[in-house]
Unconditional design. Structure first.
Length: 159
């Protein structure tokens, strides 16, 4: 099984768009396990990967949202039905627009599943990410990454 470390793979896709229209669900910081399955249309076998790391998913979502906004992504209004959130958004890319359709199912503050479809050019990729909080972080792993610390820091009102 492959391992990944990029925050993009954290199963936060819908939550990014959701912040535009609805309250962002709060997830508990701690040791999280992420299981990702990706299938490119036309591939026979899905790619599977996993990651276990100390994380504050809510803060990472906010950080990623800021990054995507600065890249010019446009978010639609999120539709919320109980624990299911559906959204779409469009981002510019060098190969043409990237269109994302996403459904997030929030099981609890320590568990969610993200079903995601990305269309880029003529290629379609479907991914499912199952995220579960495993435990508290070990004492040596409780410090936040610099990027998350910046996302949580009070923002200056000066230009």
């Amino acid at each position: 099984m492959q391992h990944f470390s990029c925050p993009v793979f954290l199963g936060i896709s819908l939550l990014l768009a959701q912040a535009e229209a609805a309250e962002l669900p709060a997830f508990q910081p701690g040791l999280w396990e992420y299981q990702r399955t990706v299938l490119n249309i036309g591939d026979v076998h899905p790619q599977k990967s996993s990651l276990t790391k100390c994380s504050d998913p809510t803060s990472e979502i906010r950080l990623k949202l800021d990054e995507l906004k600065h890249k010019g992504c446009q978010f639609s209004r999120t539709v919320s039905r109980g624990s299911h959130y559906q959204s779409t958004w469009k981002c510019p890319s060098s190969s043409g627009p990237l269109v994302v359709r996403d459904t997030l199912t929030v099981n609890s503050s320590s568990s969610y599943q993200d079903d995601n479809q990305v269309k880029a050019g003529g290629r379609i990729t479907h991914s499912i990410i199952v995220a579960n909080r495993v435990s508290d972080c070990p004492a040596s792993k409780t410090d936040l990454s610099p990027g998350i610390a910046r996302a949580l820091a009070p923002r200056s009102k000066h230009p």
